[in-house]
Design a protein around this ligand. Structure first.
Ligand code: NAD
Length: 428
């Protein structure tokens, strides 16, 4: 008899979207190597809690709008849940559930005492003024009050949210409880108890992982030709760090398209241009290409740092990189993963490659709770140590078990969560 009862009720659940199916398929692919009981596996297929709220906002012109918003907490077995908040027109319950599940494996892989969460507001942030964004953020935060807290669920920036968003969230929460609670969010301004190096942590962490992979592959990072999709927090910093390591960045892109120079871009100039003009669209002195063309450029390392669903069954056959690194969450679909594997192109998976962000977020939370702050060099060294340790476990498991780096990363994370869940047992 199966350990898990098949439920007779319809099991198509509200978060069951293509992105959640992608997260679930990756989980199923890793499971046979993770040695987890059926009941623990079944528990982990479901997010623990999913909250949908509606957020009313008075616009600057006195019109009034209501936005759908979400927070999904996948697992609280190892500690409070942790995850970003994004403002994007595509935010949905399924997207948040998929991203929350990935966060669980990521935190566990890095051996951080957290589970995964994710949230967001379905809106077009480019159409909102700073004042409107502030009202939206504050009302969203107050709608989440029943489920967030420094020991319950801690937010961080994600797509189109930043230090300022986190400051508004921290202030809104602190006003409700009557005293300053910096540890309710991470990725906040340094003046509020933010951590040095948090802003750079995800992009810099991605390059730490890439450098480690190059060492294992016998490549010199300084000789690699790189392409970076996405030019925000993750992609912008990753491109800067790659150049800092002596690598050539041939192309970068944002939502408006890509900027390409075969002999290497001036990344600092591109960053300054994008900061001043809002995008790379008019950046002079380069060849302008589409995002689709950028993904197919011949290069050594392709860094995907924009968003999910970028390398798919349609274009995976046309990727001409020797190594793909996922700075974004979920940029490679399950079908594309199989095509890249068949073509011998290794993928450094998101749960490892972009884990620098949540790792320094953890350092920030620890510093806030202890009211004792560390120096930049100490943080960078601790980050490199944590990522290096996780990388080595993933690389070695992948080699020993003959599984992809993604499956190895997920197996490592799943094992940590499963061990804790087995020890705790299913309540009651
Ligand atoms: P961001 O908003 O700062 O930057 C996103 C960038 O991607 C922007 O340049 C945007 O123009 C570009 N972009 C958006 N849609 C695009 C498209 N269809 N094609 C090409 N470019 C597109 O966001 P971010 O914080 O850099 O996050 C990027 C990814 O990294 C997301 O998947 C996020 O979940 C993931 N991530 C972020 C962090 C973090 O600390 N910020 C940590 C872990 C993972």
């Amino acid at each position: 008899m199966s350990e898990v009862e098949e439920l007779s009720v319809e099991q198509t659940l509200e978060w069951d979207t293509p992105l959640f199916q992608q997260a679930l398929t990756q989980f199923e692919q890793a499971l046979p190597h993770a040695d987890v009981s059926e009941s623990v596996a079944e528990r982990l297929r479901f997010p623990e809690r999913a909250l949908m709220v509606s957020v009313p906002v008075r616009l600057d012109d006195q019109r009034f709008a209501v936005y759908a918003a979400y927070r999904v907490q996948h697992s609280s077995v190892l500690g409070p849940t942790k995850g970003g908040v994004r403002f994007d027109p595509d935010v949905s319950l399924g997207e948040c559930a998929a991203l929350a599940m990935w966060m669980t494996w990521k935190c566990a892989l890095l051996r951080l005492p957290y589970g995964g969460a994710k949230g967001g507001v379905r809106c077009n942030p480019k159409e909102l003024s700073q004042a409107e964004l502030q009202r939206l953020t504050r009302r969203y935060t107050s709608e989440l009050l029943p489920v967030i807290g420094p020991q319950e669920d801690i937010a961080a920036p994600d797509m189109a949210t930043n230090e300022q968003t986190m400051a508004w969230m921290m202030d809104t929460y602190s006003m409700q409880v009557g005293h300053a609670v910096p540890e309710i969010v991470t990725g906040k301004p340094i003046s509020l108890g933010g951590s040095l190096f948090r802003h750079e942590a995800t992009g810099a962490g991605a390059v730490i992982v890439i450098e480690r992979a190059c060492q294992r592959l016998g490549w010199d990072l300084a000789e690699q030709r790189c392409v970076v999709q996405g030019f925000g927090n993750v992609g912008g910093i990753a491109a800067t760090e790659l150049v800092g390591k002596g690598a050539k960045v041939l192309a970068v892109s944002d939502v408006s398209g890509g900027a390409y120079a075969d002999d290497g871009l001036d990344v600092m100039a591109a960053l300054a241009w994008a900061a001043e003009h809002g995008s790379l669209e008019t950046f002079p002195g380069v060849e302008h290409i589409s995002n689709a063309e950028l993904l197919e450029l011949p290069c050594d390392i392709l860094v995907l740092a924009a968003r999910e669903d970028q390398v798919t069954a349609e274009n995976a056959g046309a990727v001409h990189a020797k190594l793909v690194a996922e700075g974004a969450n979920g940029p490679t679909t399950v079908e594309a993963d199989a095509i890249l594997a068949e073509r011998g192109i290794p993928v450094l998976p998101d749960v490892l490659t972009n884990a620098g962000g949540v790792t320094v977020s953890y350092f920030e939370w620890v510093q806030d709770l202890g009211r004792l702050f560390w120096g930049r060099d100490e943080i960078r060294a601790r980050l490199a140590e944590k990522l290096g340790d996780a990388f080595d476990r993933v690389w070695d498991l992948s080699a020993e078990s003959g599984i992809s780096l993604r499956s190895a990363a997920l197996v490592s994370g799943i094992r940590e969560v499963a061990a804790a869940l087995t020890a705790r047992g299913i309540f009651p």
